[in-house]
Design a protein around this ligand. Structure first.
Ligand code: CTP
Ligand code: MG
Length: 250
């Protein structure tokens, strides 16, 4: 093989890898953290519960702060909890933008949207209460949102699901196409903005961001995640969280 051909194919390989690296997209993340944690039954926001030396919100935010593809973390919080957040994130201020949370999760996300940088093409929305997300899953979502417009992390439902009339079973639902929807949910910026504008105009209140996108007639794909990405909601979730941490430290 002549050295010119060899140089040519090396150069092509080099550019191919450059393109591959270039394909990984940057994103910004909105983290709604302004809830009350009523179902946890504490007198304070559950996100400030300590899990093996770090609060839940610290663990969640740190996943994004340590991701080189995350340009900005937009944290929606209650104004009265700004002090405690300042203390938790004292040495990580530069990458975090605070916005005021709203009375509903959807409004917290909407407020976060206003802080998204103009040139950001992909936005993730991720619950402050899900600290076990990882960089590979995030990048998979970002890539999928770039191609498809919207995607949500989800796991297949494990239990048999039945519908009832009162307490009488009326139907056993086919499980094959049932998913438990998690976060992050990833969107092209214009898609999420359009969905939230529509919700504002109509007064529609959804349980997650993807439902707003569905309502404006755009499709949302599912990205299969894993069962460790729990949302810490009730007391027993703290036990699960501790078990996950223990497993990870082994
Ligand atoms: N959240 C928010 N603004 C609200 C309500 C919720 O930013 N008005 C956030 C929570 O802080 C949490 C995420 O949305 O990180 C998911 O909500 P959920 O798990 O339901 O938390 P809480 O609303 O705090 O809990 P609960 O419903 O038990 O009161
Ligand atoms: Mg809630």
């Amino acid at each position: 093989m002549s050295s010119r051909i060899l140089h040519g194919s090396c150069a092509r390989l080099f550019y191919y890898y450059l393109m591959k690296i270039g394909e990984k997209m940057h994103y910004e993340v909105i983290i709604p953290a302004a809830g009350s944690g009523k179902r946890m039954g504490e007198i304070f926001n559950k996100l400030f519960i300590d899990l093996d030396g770090k609060t839940i919100i610290q663990r969640t935010v740190e996943v994004f702060l340590s991701d080189p593809y995350c340009r900005k973390v937009i944290l929606a919080i209650k104004p009265e909890e700004k002090c405690i957040c300042d203390r938790i994130f004292a040495d990580k201020k530069s990458k975090i933008t605070y916005v005021n949370g709203g009375s509903e999760r959807q409004y917290s996300v909407r407020n976060g949207l206003e802080a998204v940088s103009k040139d950001t093409k992909i936005i993730l929305v991720h619950d402050g209460a899900r600290p076990f997300i990882n960089h590979n899953q995030i990048q998979e979502l970002v890539e999928c949102a770039r191609k498809m417009g919207s995607t949500v992390l989800a796991v297949r439902v494990k239990d048999t699901i039945k519908k009832t009339d009162g307490l009488t079973i009326t139907e056993t639902v086919e499980r094959d196409n049932l998913w438990s929807i998690q976060t992050p949910q990833a969107f092209r910026t214009e898609v999420l903005k359009q969905a939230h504008s529509w919700a504002d105009e109509t007064g529609y209140l959804g349980t997650d961001d993807s439902s707003l996108v569905e309502k404006i007639g755009l499709s949302v794909s599912v990205t299969e995640g894993n069962y460790e990405n729990i949302k810490i909601t009730t007391k027993e979730d703290i036990l699960f969280a501790e078990a996950i941490l223990k497993k990870r430290s082994n």
